[in-house]
Design a protein around this ligand. Structure first.
Ligand SMILES: NC(=O)c1ccc[n+]([C@@H]2O[C@H](COP(=O)([O-])OP(=O)(O)OC[C@H]3O[C@@H](n4cnc5c(N)ncnc54)[C@H](OP(=O)(O)O)[C@@H]3O)[C@@H](O)[C@H]2O)c1
Length: 295
């Protein structure tokens, strides 16, 4: 394992060594990003316990060279998008925000897909307002609503794109077949599925994304913290390498594919700094193979 460090003026390690990926071929992001779902209240519902702490985490991300932020209208709802605006607006030129629509909320931990085109359009308009932007960099269909034809859902996103309201279109929790069907309607720039060292059901989608030059955004990159634990499956390997379990999990993802854009979430500046430092960890072929086989 080698460590490539790029540091800020105060000596913190940055996200830069993770390299860049151009979303849709023309929107570069630093590959190691940040996911905002952990910031709202319990059950991703309501305001955060510590608003100023959440703002600090987001601002520190930018200081550490993170440029790619994943959010959704439904995180809070609205709370995560407004936190991004509170913390980062006016946005630095290189900040890219990916939001989503298509999941509605009826309470803490409850998520219900709605893909009616008029609703998706309404949510895009609200995200423009809540984020304080004129164009949404990446707008992802959070879930395909099984009761609405896929072409109508993706078709509405294509209309919003043609109108200049969204720049790129992404999908979330999809199969290869659904991605191919959506590609008949619009250019798909990214896909976002559950994927981490311990849960790799989305492997065929990842391989397809890599083949197509589509960005792959693995959600739950740390298995919601299960891979971060000091007594978890990566603990021994981490101790051996002088890294933390979270860092190994993220380094493994970054190594797995050049289209991989991990978005670990945390409410803690300390965890953020540690996660970002994973960008500089380069696993040898042998270490990559051992980790792949172990989890
Ligand atoms: N498309 C979808 O349907 C979908 C679904 C779920 C999530 N997402 C996206 O994916 C992002 C990532 O998922 P996630 O945030 O839920 O899960 P995650 O990144 O796998 O794990 C986050 C959890 O790990 C803990 N953690 C993070 N860094 C740590 C560290 N260095 N040491 C110890 N614990 C650590 C966090 O707790 P602390 O706060 O204490 O650090 C938090 O509980 C979300 O923020 C969201 O943007 C998308």
């Amino acid at each position: 394992m080698t460590t490539e460090t790029t540091t800020t003026s105060t000596g913190s390690r940055t996200a830069a060594p993770s390299g860049t990926f151009a979303i849709g071929g023309d929107l570069p992001v630093v590959r190691l990003g940040y996911g905002t779902m952990q910031l709202p209240g319990e059950g991703v519902w309501g305001p955060p316990k510590d608003h100023d702490g959440a703002v600090r985490v987001l601002r520190r991300s930018v200081e550490l060279g993170v440029t790619f932020f994943d959010t959704a209208d439904s995180y809070g709802p609205v709370v995560a998008e407004q936190l991004l605006k509170d913390a980062l607006h006016p946005y630095a030129d290189d900040v890219v925000i990916a939001t989503k629509a298509g999941l509605t909320r009826q309470g803490p931990g409850v998520w219900t897909p709605v893909g009616v085109p008029a609703y998706l359009r309404q949510q895009a308009e609200l995200s423009l307002r809540n984020l304080g932007v004129e164009t949404i960099d990446l707008f992802q269909l959070h879930r395909i609503d099984p009761s609405v034809p896929l072409e109508d859902q993706v078709g509405e996103l294509k209309k919003l794109q043609d109108e200049g309201k969204i720049r790129h279109i992404g999908l979330s929790e999809v199969s290869v077949e659904q991605t191919k069907a959506a590609q008949q309607v619009a250019t798909i720039a990214t896909v976002q599925n559950l994927y981490n060292l311990a849960k790799r059901d989305a492997e065929p989608l990842l391989d397809y994304a890599e083949e197509q030059g589509i960005g792959f955004i693995p959600w739950f990159p740390l298995a919601t913290g299960a891979l971060s634990k000091s007594d978890g499956p990566l603990a021994a390997a981490a101790a051996e390498h002088g890294a933390t379990p979270s860092q190994l999990a993220l380094a493994w993802l970054l190594r797995r594919s050049p289209v991989m854009l991990p978005i670990p979430g945390t409410k803690s500046v300390e965890h953020l700094e540690s996660n970002v430092a994973a960008a500089g960890i380069e696993l040898t072929d042998e270490e990559f193979a051992t980790l792949s086989a172990a989890a």
